[in-house]
Design a protein around this ligand. Structure first.
Ligand code: HEM
Length: 225
């Protein structure tokens, strides 16, 4: 059944939607957790430690975190796989390009999604080496992530903050379009329906980006120390 669903175009769109929803839920939880930086070092470090204890004593320490990592990795792989197959299928459906091809909104959005996705994927690799493993962090103390965040976005490392801003803005564009497509598929195909879907996607993307950006910007501007 699942195999059959993944073979059809609709099935692949469903794979994109379900994996997208799981990734968005993670992002919302992660963004809200990050805001603990504004409460203070103790609160933030305590929260990071608590993440490792979720599921105990039923599961050994850190097992939940590893399960979450596996699920997120599977979702990212499936999301990229479905997107690639759908894009290749769309291209095969029109092997000869339009002679007078005017840049339409659809192709612009598709290009933004592709390159946005690549930037986000590269960012996540950098981000894990920076704030999870600590290899690219000036402090890299796994027991005290608050100190790592402060060292990371210190004013003299403004270029790291800039990179984070670019990545989060790319994520915002990606989310806005992804959400809008999903809502349009599910909702009414009326002008009002489309307008509402557009507003909801934009509002959600802006709120999530603002939450994420508040942390690096506040540290670089010296509002958190
Ligand atoms: C822009 C502000 C962000 C800050 C300040 C931030 C901060 C952090 C910190 C401190 C950790 C390590 C937690 C720990 O090991 O205790 C972490 C892990 C992580 N972050 Fe972020 N993050 C941000 C944005 C993002 C974004 C936009 C994404 C995804 C697109 C993301 C994805 C992840 C992932 C996948 C992990 C690894 C979780 C794990 O250990 O399993 N983060 N982040």
């Amino acid at each position: 059944m699942v195999l059959l669903a993944t073979r059809s175009t609709v099935g692949k769109k469903a794979v994109m939607a379900v994996t997208g929803i799981v990734l968005v839920l993670f992002l919302v939880a992660h963004m809200l957790g990050n805001l603990k930086v504004f409460v203070g070092a103790e609160s933030f470090d305590h929260y990071a430690h608590w993440l490792r204890t979720i599921g105990t004593p039923v599961l050994p320490e850190s097992w939940y975190l590893w399960i979450q990592r596996l699920v997120l990795t599977a979702c990212v792989v499936a999301h990229i796989w479905a997107a690639t197959v759908l894009a290749m299928r769309a291209r095969r459906a029109r092997p000869v390009r339009y002679a007078h091809r005017r840049p339409v909104q659809g192709s612009y959005a598709a290009r933004t999604m592709r390159w946005g996705g690549v930037i986000i994927a590269l960012f996540v690799v950098y981000h894990i080496l920076d704030l999870t493993t600590g290899h690219l962090n000036p402090v890299g103390d796994r027991e005290h992530p608050y100190g790592n965040v402060l060292a990371d976005f210190a004013p003299e490392r403004w270029y790291v903050t800039l990179f984070y801003v670019l990545a989060v803005v790319s994520l915002g564009f990606h989310l806005r379009h992804g959400l809008f497509s999903a809502l349009r598929t599910l909702g009414q195909r009326t002008t009002t329906g489309e307008r509402r879907a557009r507003a909801a996607s934009l509002g959600f993307a802006v709120a999530l980006c603002a939450g994420f950006l508040s942390v690096p910007l506040a540290v670089t501007l010296g509002l958190v120390n």
